[in-house]
Design a protein around this ligand. Structure first.
Ligand SMILES: Cc1ncc(COP(=O)(O)O)c(C=O)c1O
Length: 469
């Protein structure tokens, strides 16, 4: 039998572009030679601690055993997975839930009267209740399952935006939004004549909240903002934004993709009209996400997609629609995946979101301080301090080195998985005067020891890319 590590290793491929960009890359093309793994070897000890050591063990040490994918080596380098901003890993309990669903009660929901369908429907609706409780929604009917956060934003843009926006209206966003929170509003603005108004960055390099406040007027109909930035790691004061927006009658949509998996999020406290997140970033399966909407608002909205499940009655020339959330869940949903998300939420809740948040704050500071100490590194976004929240992620560049070269060599040479590119935030990158950055993004199952491995590997990588060969 082929081991998981060997199988994964055999799947690894190296893009032909490798070697086209940074110094030293010519030697990398067509036969990258592995460097000394001195630094990588020095930190192999991230395995599960013994019982005696447990009291001193970090949350990362204690939980990583729940994530079998992390227990892999690539050519002697232990996998360090620092691409959690893109997607998180899944604990065994989530995989078990998916397996049990497909093995024992796979069936369509809300349709059959047989045992399997009843069981699937109960589990699916119970997952909705788990999501509602997790974000403290007033009612589980305020939770609409979607394919992901992107679809949830499109749902609001089409369903609410197309009926409520017209020429002269304004949509306020920040230049740091993810493309998923920009492009749907571009579609809607092109169709309705509403204008997009962008909030820029302060000289410290994070979204200018005073500018946002100043942009709000009686023309503003909706404010679309991230909670935590997937590039800058900074957090916006949503409660204030909601207060200012409510005063002028504007709605607020919060993209909570990078906050819901990492900290307690209370939709009633935030007070936004809409909030979206994706399961796959919160240790749940891909293919499912959710929209939280205030119930009265959801009830006033037209369907987004037409089909089964979302109707009350269908006639030859028209249909009437079900109440939310069914109104917005046309067709067969991602049943097993929604149930898997419910298990992920149970798992996160058992650990405690406050505990996760506190540990990740520690990781965030450790990551930032370790990385900023590397010569010629520039990190984007605020430095962590007691008053400024910084998520456990750093987007950065190294002078005269292309971030994709860094990411490829870290991966190939050291088993460290980070991301490079524009992270679906091209407008932000352009504003920062760059095309791309490298990004290391952590979750609670990561450790400071892994940060050490990453930083040592980065130093080796920079040496390699900037030395003569
Ligand atoms: C801040 C933010 N918003 C939206 C998205 C889109 O999420 P999804 O691709 O799951 O719809 C992401 C994913 O990277 C994100 O980080």
């Amino acid at each position: 039998m082929v081991s998981a590590a060997a199988a994964a290793s055999s799947l690894r491929c190296f893009p032909p572009s490798l070697g086209n960009r940074g110094p030293g890359a010519a030697t990398a093309r067509g036969g990258l030679v592995r460097l000394s793994s001195r630094r990588a070897r020095s930190t192999a000890g991230v395995a599960a601690p013994s019982r005696e050591a447990e009291s001193a063990a970090s949350l990362g040490d204690l939980t990583r055993v729940d994530f079998p994918i992390l227990d892999q080596e690539f050519d002697g380098s232990k996998l360090v997975y620092f691409d959690n901003g893109a997607t998180s890993q899944k604990p065994s309990c989530v995989m078990k839930t998916l397996d049990e669903y497909y093995r024992f009660y796979n069936s369509n929901v809300h349709r059959g009267i047989h045992v399997l369908s009843a069981k699937a429907t109960d589990a699916y609706e119970s997952a909705r209740t788990k999501v509602a409780n997790f974000v403290n929604a007033a009612n589980s009917r305020e939770i609409v399952f979607t394919r992901n956060a992107t679809e949830a934003i499109n749902l609001v843009a089409y369903s609410w935006g197309m009926s409520n926006l017209k020429q002269g209206d304004e949509i306020v966003l920040t230049i740091a939004e993810h493309h998923s929170a920009i492009v749907p509003w571009q579609f809607v603005s092109q169709k309705t004549g509403a204008t997009l108004k962008y909030v820029g960055l302060t000289k410290e390099g994070f979204p200018d909240i005073e500018q946002l406040k100043g942009l709000l007027s009686n023309k503003t109909k909706i404010v679309v903002v991230h909670h935590v930035s997937n590039v800058l790691g900074s957090m916006l004061p949503i409660e204030d934004i909601v207060t200012w927006s409510n005063r002028i009658g504007a709605k607020v949509l919060v993209d909570a993709c990078q906050s819901v998996p990492h900290m307690p999020v209370d939709v009633q406290r935030l007070g936004a009209d809409f909030l979206v997140a994706s399961s796959h970033k919160m240790c749940g399966p891909t293919g499912v996400g959710f929209l939280h909407g205030k119930f009265d608002l959801l009830s006033s909205m037209e369907p987004f997609l037409g089909g089964g499940e979302m109707i009350a009655d269908v006639f030859q020339d028209k249909s009437t629609y079900a109440e939310p959330p069914s109104r917005f869940e046309a067709g067969t949903p991602a049943i097993g995946e929604a149930i898997g998300l419910g298990t992920a939420i149970d798992y996160l809740s058992q650990i405690g979101m406050q505990k996760i948040h506190e540990y990740e704050n520690e990781l965030a500071t450790y990551l930032y301080e370790s990385l900023i100490a590397v010569p010629n590194v520039r990190i984007y976004g605020p430095a962590p301090c007691q008053t400024v929240h910084r998520a456990p992620l750093c987007s950065f560049n190294v002078e005269n080195v292309h971030p994709t070269d860094i990411a490829e060599i870290l991966d190939f040479q050291h088993g460290v998985a980070i991301r490079s590119g524009h992270h679906c935030a091209q407008i932000l990158h352009r504003t920062l005067g760059i095309n791309a950055s490298a990004r290391a993004s952590l979750h609670f199952y990561n450790t400071k020891e892994e940060v050490d491995v990453f930083v040592d590997a980065l130093k080796d990588t920079i040496d390699f890319l900037t030395s003569e060969h």
